[in-house]
Ligand binder design. Structure first.
Ligand SMILES: Nc1ncnc2c1ncn2[C@@H]1O[C@H](COP(=O)(O)OP(=O)(O)OP(=O)(O)O)[C@@H](O)[C@H]1O
Ligand SMILES: [Mg+2]
Length: 212
């Protein structure tokens, strides 16, 4: 017997789809890959807003790469974490690559490439960074990703891990933190933000907050 679908079934189908979307949206919020950032933060709101302007996250037909630079201990990693936490929800996959300099010196560039792939598409073991490049291009070409490369100190790290904007799906964003502003220019990264040291007033505020 051919059972036709009545208006009630149709309504149930739409209700089910609607509920499914709500559940997926809520659970994606709970599954967020939030990173810990210091509880005592000062003067961070304005840098976060300014880098977010450079990132232009709502614009999905382009890929932007943004560099954050400044002297040691000025708060580049902290700023990158705060931005990551506030925008990661807008992306299909995200990855915060900590200490790129240290990891690539210790375990090779292929280790950083493997971490990137395992966080975004699943476990892939690489033995050579030259194999990693086509793998990243192939796997991430269609994905809207958020990538942070923290503490980069050599151009070859940028070449092997984030090559060029067309490696990534539309709407992707890449943030690089470095002490070396010239590396950003070398990689043709035009959107940059220089993080300055805390003003005396804010340094004092931080000291007081930490003391209590
Ligand atoms: N806005 C802020 N308010 C309070 N503390 C901060 C702020 N930014 C950074 N810090 C603190 O300052 C220290 C250095 O910060 P961070 O590691 O982010 O600097 P960095 O610029 O990434 O350093 P490096 O160049 O060595 O990588 C950390 O202990 C961090 O918690
Ligand atoms: Mg740092």
């Amino acid at each position: 017997m051919n059972k036709s679908i009545g208006p009630k079934d149709k309504r149930n189908k739409y209700e089910y789809k609607f509920l499914k979307e709500i559940v997926e949206s809520v659970s994606s919020k709970f599954n967020r890959d939030h990173l810990h950032v210091s509880d005592v933060l000062v003067e961070l709101e304005s840098p976060v807003q300014q880098v977010k302007l450079l990132l232009d996250v709502g614009c999905d037909d382009v890929v932007h790469m943004v560099g954050i630079h400044g002297p040691t201990e000025v708060g580049k990693t902290t700023l990158a974490i705060a931005i990551y936490n506030s925008i990661a929800d807008h992306f299909e996959a995200s990855c915060f690559l900590e200490n790129v300099r240290e990891t690539s010196n210790k375990d090779g560039l292929q280790r950083v490439q493997s971490i990137l792939l395992s966080k975004t598409v699943g476990e892939i073991k690489l033995t050579n960074w030259r194999k990693g490049i086509p793998m990243i291009k192939h796997k991430l070409k269609q994905k809207k990703v958020l990538l942070i490369l923290d503490d980069v100190d050599e151009h070859k790290q940028l070449q092997a891990i984030i090559g060029s904007p067309d490696w990534f799906g539309r709407g992707s964003r890449v943030i690089i933190t470095t002490q070396d502003e010239h590396l950003l220019a070398l990689h043709n990264i035009k959107k940059t933000y220089m993080l300055r040291e805390l003003s005396k007033k804010h340094a004092l505020q931080l000291l007081t907050q930490k003391a209590f």
